[in-house]
Design a protein around this ligand. Structure first.
Ligand code: PAF
Length: 286
C-alpha cells in the first residue's frame, strides 16, 4: 500500500490507472479504523480495481464544543489494518492541503435532509461533511464511493448531493458493523468507560424494540417512541432524538410510507452515540 499526503502526488499516482480505464473506489474516513471501516474497504475492493482510502479528521464538521482535538488519531495502526485489508492507496492530507484558504471558503449545503436529526443538534455539521466529501471527490475523482449506513443521515445527504451536483460517482452504502452485543461499531465507542460500554447496546435494543412493534402492526409512532425513550432512560442514556422517518428522504412519515428508518442519538455519559434500523412495511397488511 502506498501512502500519500498531497493532492498532486495522489493524482499522479492514479493517472496510469485512469488511463488504463481501471475503476477507482474511494473510502473516506477520519481514521481510528475498526472492523466497520474495513468492511467498507472490503466492499470497495469488490466494486473497483483500485481502492483509495482517505484519513482526514475534518475540522469543518466539528462544532465548537465537540471532540476535534481529542478525536483518536491512530495512523500507524490504521496503516497496518488497511495494508492487511488489501487497500491500494492511502491519502492523509494536512488541514492546509484540504483548506488552502482556511475556513473562509466555499461550502456545500445540501438542503432538505440536513435540517433535522443530527443536522438540528449539530448545526453546520453536514455542511462540513458535504464540503469535505466534495473536495475528496474532486481530489480522487472516483467511479464509486463507499460509506457506512451507521451514519444514515450522512449517507442520505451524500446521495442527494451527488444527484444535485451531477457527480458521476456511484454511492454504495454498507451495513453497520456491530459488536457481539449489537452495539454499532464507532470510533467514539472508545470514549466509553467499562460500565458505560456495558449499558451502550441499549440504544440498539431500543431501536429494535420500535422495529419489532412496527412490524407487528402498531401504528402509533408516539406510543412506540415513548416506550423506547423509557428503555433508554432506564439504561442511563440521555436521548438527543429518537425518530421514525422516511428511509429515502428522511422526511417525516405519512401513513403511506412503507420504507422507514428508526434513528436515535443519545448520550451515554459524555459520549454521543448514534444508530439506526430500517424497516420495510407491508402496507397492504397494516
Ligand atoms: O464518516 C466519516 O468518517 C466522515 O464524516 C467523512 C465521510 C470521512 C467526512 O469527513
Amino acid at each position: 500500500m502506498k501512502t500519500l499526503n498531497t493532492i498532486k502526488a495522489m493524482r499522479e499516482a492514479l493517472s496510469p490507472y485512469r488511463q488504463a480505464n481501471k475503476r477507482i473506489a474511494l473510502v473516506p474516513t477520519m481514521g481510528n479504523l475498526h472492523a466497520g471501516h474495513l468492511s467498507l474497504v472490503e466492499e470497495a475492493l469488490k466494486q473497483a480495481d483500485i481502492v483509495v482510502t482517505t484519513i482526514f479528521v475534518n475540522p469543518m464538521q466539528f462544532g465548537v464544543n465537540e471532540d476535534l482535538d481529542s478525536y483518536p488519531r491512530t495512523l500507524d495502526a490504521d496503516k497496518q489494518k488497511l495494508a492487511s485489508a488489501g487497500n491500494h492507496f492511502l491519502l492523509t492530507p494536512s488541514v492546509t492541503e484540504v483548506y488552502p484558504n482556511g475556513m473562509n471558503q466555499t461550502t456545500v449545503h445540501v438542503p432538505g435532509c440536513t435540517e433535522c436529526l443530527c443536522g438540528e443538534k449539530r448545526p453546520g455539521h453536514f455542511d462540513g461533511v458535504s464540503t469535505v466529501v466534495t473536495k475528496l471527490f474532486n481530489m480522487i475523482q472516483p467511479d464509486v464511493a463507499v460509506f457506512g449506513k451507521k451514519d444514515y443521515q450522512q449517507l442520505t445527504t451524500i446521495r442527494k448531493m451527488v444527484v444535485d451536483l451531477c457527480f458521476p460517482i456511484e454511492i454504495i452504502g454498507v451495513e453497520t458493523g456491530r459488536e457481539a452485543d449489537d452495539l454499532a461499531m464507532s470510533s467514539r465507542n472508545g470514549y466509553l468507560s467499562g460500565p458505560e460500554r456495558t449499558k451502550a447496546p441499549a440504544l440498539y435494543q431500543a431501536l429494535n424494540q420500535v422495529r419489532s412493534t412496527l412490524l407487528a402492526g402498531e401504528t402509533s409512532y408516539s406510543k412506540m417512541l415513548n416506550t423506547a425513550q423509557q428503555s433508554l432512560d432506564e439504561a442511563g442514556f440521555i436521548a438527543d432524538y429518537l425518530e421514525i422517518r422516511d428511509a429515502d428522504t428522511l422526511e417525516t412519515v405519512s401513513k403511506n410510507s412503507a420504507r422507514l428508518v428508526i434513528l436515535g442519538a443519545a448520550f451515554m455519559g459524555k459520549t454521543r452515540l448514534i444508530d439506526n434500523l430500517t424497516v420495510e412495511l407491508n402496507l397492504s397488511k397494516v
